[in-house]
Structures are given as structure tokens and as C-alpha cells.
Design a binder for this molecule. Structure first.
Ligand code: ADP
Length: 436
């Protein structure tokens, strides 16, 4: 073969080899482009196949590596986001994130419950989602001032909720001079404020109740010391005043102690299966004398052998209190009837009278502490205004309920529901407060 032929052959072979390499490289580049496009479209599992010996193969490997890293980072970010969302939604406090454009970026589950807003609140202006000018003002102040702002606001839902809001400006992101928005945390303080009011009212009521007997006792004692002691008739009268008011003080202190024991956490009763009939007979016998003095008839409707699962002293205290009230308030010559019956899964006991009754306006508040229909008359009769609230506590501690029905002039009926006795053995537990 001539030199010329050899050169031509070599050139041809080189051209064929170059063509083959180009075709293969083009195929690899196309595959890589498709993979890169899939990754860009969100398919982070897409990978380039091929050998890693060539430059193009190494490029493919680098692309696979980037895709793997990206998918790892995105999975970690997703896990972090889910954790954060879980924490925010698990919080008892409400959290509100408002963007620079004053639109809601995030409102966690607690806040959605407090403000009664839905998931669709995201993207709305705060005032559109939560119509509360005081909240808007607090967020504006936090955004403008830079200092965290704390305000108490009232949301006018039913019933209204009082919320303590702490709002702070979110710091600017790197390189930006503008703050990113405002974050606000909400604590529901409705129950706290209600308890504070109850406590203040209670202290005011106790002071008020104590003032009269204490003043009467000290005035009587001063009068005695000032000379009334020398006159036997005066002395007797003022000692009588001291005795009456000291008794009233004792009743008040006993009732207050009973109430505080009943409201103390962990208070437990000694539950046992009791014969309701014998408890009722016992209480009626104890109050025979005061009833006779007011010419009242106390009648026990015939009752079969009714067993109740309850605490003996608590039931006695409840029955005594309701009977005493009927005797005190029903009026001369009235009739009081006690009825008990087993009704389905409970036992019902009713103490009814045909006396003066209670106006409807008072019925809803009758079991509140210190609530009286006629305060003057109650005090005159030795009442403290605490009896029915103690009764309600005792009944509820035994798992029961109490209700009252009444019509002025037609008497009052207090009905208690308790669990029936069922042969379970009595449980040993601390003793309840002693009946007054
Ligand atoms: P009090 O110490 O004044 O008796 P209670 O809590 O026992 O306090 O009763 C609250 C009020 O309910 C009483 O002041 C009285 O006005 C009214 N009341 C209770 N029982 C009766 C009844 N059987 N008939 C009419 N009024 C009643």
C-alpha cells in the first residue's frame, strides 16, 4: 500500500471515530439536559446514568450529586417546617404573624380558636380577619416603636374573651433596612380575670357580712362597760345582743370553713350505700321543734327502700339545709313534703313547700355564694347566704345535680339527683366538713 492510501485510510478511521464520539457525547448531553430539566421541575429523584470515566460522565455524576444534596436539604427543611408547625399548633397561646404589607402570614390553631377565624385568614388584613381596633393599634405601635407592646383586648364574641397580647417587631433580614413584620402572642386571661373578680367580690361580701355582727357586739360591750352593767334589765338586753350576734358570727365562720374545705383540691367524700329513708327521718326528727313553732307540717311521702351511693354526713347536711330553708322562708302554717324515688340510673330526692316561693328572676343565681332573695329577712332569720352554695358543692362532689323550681305564692321545690346504691363496698376517704 502506498503511503498516500495509508494516510487516506487513517483520516477516514479518525473521522469515523470522531463521529461516533460526537454522537455518544450528544446522547449523554441530551440525557443530562433532560435530567436537569426534571430536577428543575421538582423531581429530585431524577438521576443521570452513564460511566464516570469521561469528562461528560463526571459532569453527570456532579449533577447527580447536586440533586441528592438538594433533595436532602429540602427534606430537612420540610421536617423543620413540620416540627415548627406542630409546635405552633400545639401551643396553648395564640400566635399571629403579620407581614410587612400588614397581611396575615400565620395564625396558629390556638389563635384561630380564640378569635374564631378559619385557615383562610392567611393573606387577609388583620382588621378583615379580626375586627378589633385595639389589636390593630397594638400591632401598629409594635411596628412603629420597635419596643414590644403588651395590651389587654376584649374580643366581642359570645361570651366575650379577654386576651393579653404581646406584640414585637420582627428584626430586619440581612441587608435590608425594613422590618419584616410583627409577631404577636395571645394569652387567654378570661378565666383569670373572672376569678379575680370573684375573689374581690368574695372578700367584699365577707367583710360586709362580718361588719354588722362585729359592730353590734362591740357597741353592746361598750354600752355595758359604760354603765348598763349596773342595771340588770339593760345588762340582760345587751348580753342578749352579744349572744345573738356571736351566734351569727359562728354560723358565718362555720359556713366559710365548710366552703373553703369543699373548694380545696383533693377533697374526697366517704361514699357508701345508704338508706335514704332513714336519713330523711333522722333530719325531720331533728327539725320537729322549729317546724312546730311555725305551725308547719313536715310530711314524708311513703318511700320504698331506696338506696343511694353517697356520703352520710354530706347527705344529712344537704337535707338539713333544704329543710331549714323551707322552715325559715316558706312562712307560718306552710306544708313541707319530702319525696324520694328511684328513676332510671339515678335517685331523686325532692324537698318541696307550698310557701311564699321565689320570684323567677332570682332562680338562676340562688346557688351563688351570698346570694339572697331578701337579704334583710335572711339575716334576721340567722341566714348567711352560703347555705345553698354549700349544698350545691356537696351534691356535685357526690356526682349529683340540684335544681330548683318555684313560683311566687305557690312554694319552692328543690330536687337532687344522686347515684343509686349498688352493693359496692364503701370507700375509705377523708371525712367531710361537719354539718352546722
Ligand atoms: P340563707 O343563709 O340566706 O338561708 P341560702 O343560700 O340557704 O342562704 O338561701 C339563699 C336564699 O334563697 C335565701 O336567702 C332565701 O331568700 C331563698 N330561699 C331558700 N330556700 C327557700 C324556700 N324554700 N322558700 C323561699 N325562699 C327560699
Amino acid at each position: 500500500m502506498s503511503v498516500f492510501a495509508a494516510v487516506v485510510l487513517a483520516i477516514l478511521a479518525a473521522a469515523v471515530a470522531a463521529m461516533l464520539t460526537t454522537v455518544r457525547a450528544r446522547g449523554s448531553i441530551r440525557a443530562m439536559t433532560r435530567t436537569a430539566e426534571s430536577i428543575a421541575a421538582g423531581d429530585l429523584g431524577a438521576r443521570v446514568d452513564g460511566d464516570s470515566a469521561s469528562d461528560i460522565g463526571r459532569l453527570g455524576e456532579a449533577l447527580n450529586h447536586v440533586a441528592k444534596d438538594l433533595s436532602g436539604s429540602i427534606a430537612a427543611l420540610r421536617a423543620e417546617r413540620d416540627l415548627l408547625a406542630g409546635i405552633l399548633d400545639g401551643m396553648g397561646e395564640g400566635v399571629l404573624l403579620v407581614g410587612r404589607d400588614e397581611r396575615i402570614v400565620l395564625a396558629n390553631q390556638a389563635l384561630r380558636g380564640m378569635a374564631l377565624i378559619g385557615d383562610d385568614a392567611v393573606g387577609l388584613l388583620v382588621l378583615e380577619a379580626i375586627r378589633n381596633a385595639a389589636l390593630k393599634e397594638a400591632l401598629d405601635d409594635a411596628r412603629a416603636g420597635g419596643e414590644p407592646v403588651a395590651r389587654e383586648i376584649e374580643l366581642g364574641r359570645v361570651p366575650p374573651r379577654r386576651l393579653l397580647v404581646r406584640a414585637s417587631r420582627l428584626p430586619a433580614q440581612d441587608g435590608s433596612s425594613k422590618p419584616r413584620g410583627v409577631i404577636a402572642v395571645f394569652h387567654d386571661v378570661t378565666d383569670l380575670r373572672r376569678l379575680e373578680t370573684i375573689r374581690t367580690d368574695f372578700v367584699a361580701n365577707v367583710s360586709h357580712e362580718l361588719r354588722t355582727p362585729v359592730t353590734a357586739i362591740s357597741t353592746a360591750a361598750e354600752t355595758l362597760l359604760g354603765g348598763a352593767l349596773d342595771d340588770p334589765a339593760d345588762a340582760l338586753e345587751f348580753v342578749g345582743v352579744i349572744d345573738r350576734h356571736a351566734l351569727r358570727l359562728r354560723h358565718l365562720v362555720d359556713d366559710l370553713l365548710d366552703l373553703s374545705k369543699l373548694e380545696a383540691k383533693g377533697y374526697r367524700l366517704a361514699l357508701a350505700d345508704l338508706d335514704l329513708g332513714s336519713i330523711i327521718n333522722h333530719c325531720v326528727a331533728l327539725l320537729e321543734e322549729p317546724a312546730r313553732k311555725k305551725r308547719m307540717r313536715v310530711q314524708i311521702d311513703p318511700m320504698a327502700d331506696i338506696k343511694v351511693r353517697a356520703d352520710r354526713r354530706a347527705v344529712e347536711q344537704v337535707v338539713m339545709n333544704l329543710l331549714e330553708n323551707a322552715i325559715k322562708y316558706a312562712g307560718e302554717g306552710a306544708r313541707v313534703t319530702l319525696r324520694a324515688r328511684a328513676a332510671g340510673d339515678h335517685v331523686e330526692l325532692a324537698v318541696a313547700d307550698d310557701g311564699v316561693g321565689i320570684p323567677a328572676a332570682h332562680l338562676g343565681r340562688l346557688f351563688e355564694r351570698f346570694y339572697r332573695v331578701d337579704a334583710g329577712r335572711s339575716r334576721e332569720l340567722g341566714g348567711t347566704g352560703l347555705g345553698l352554695s354549700i349544698v350545691k358543692h356537696l351534691v356535685e362532689l357526690m356526682g349529683g345535680t340540684i335544681r330548683v323550681e318555684s313560683e311566687p305564692g305557690r312554694g319552692a321545690c328543690f330536687t337532687i339527683r344522686l347515684s343509686p346504691g349498688g352493693g359496692a363496698s364503701p370507700s375509705a376517704s377523708p371525712v367531710p366538713p361537719s354539718p352546722r
